[in-house]
Design a protein around this ligand. Sequence first.
Ligand code: SF4
Length: 159
Amino acid sequence: MEVDKGGGTEFGFFTSRLDKMIGWARKFSVFQYPFITACCGMEYMSVACAHYDIDRFGAGLPRFSPRQADVLFVVGTISQKIAPVLLTVYEQMCSPKWVVAFGVCTCTGGFYDDYATVRGIDHVLPVDIYIPGCPPRPETVLNGLIMLQEKIQNQKQEV
Ligand code: SF4
């Protein structure tokens, strides 16, 4: 079989088109696992309500098993004690997978400047999208979701 070395062969054209097609399909079938620990959970639920219609982004169905999810939504303050549990959930998800930090507590630890709080979940696992705010408004969350979809669409696809 001909190997594509980036020289613009027909085979290369085919694989890049296939990548785009898979990316397009994946970005509209986001199955999220909500890892909710604190007050940001209220705003997460309001995004899921009919008014913001998250279904139009193909992200309306949360999964409560990490093995059935591909996007980990980390929502709320993460303590040092719960961090290993969060990492276990992440490791149980199949690839490809993505992580969203929802709210300033997950992004940086927020105003919790103490020994018990993780100062940003990127100390525990890789983060794809940061959504700031305390709590973030639903419009900000939807904006973060659109950014995640763009990332999914444009990355090299694992098959
Ligand atoms: S960012 Fe604000 S609303 Fe969200 S968990 Fe932290 S303190 Fe609560």
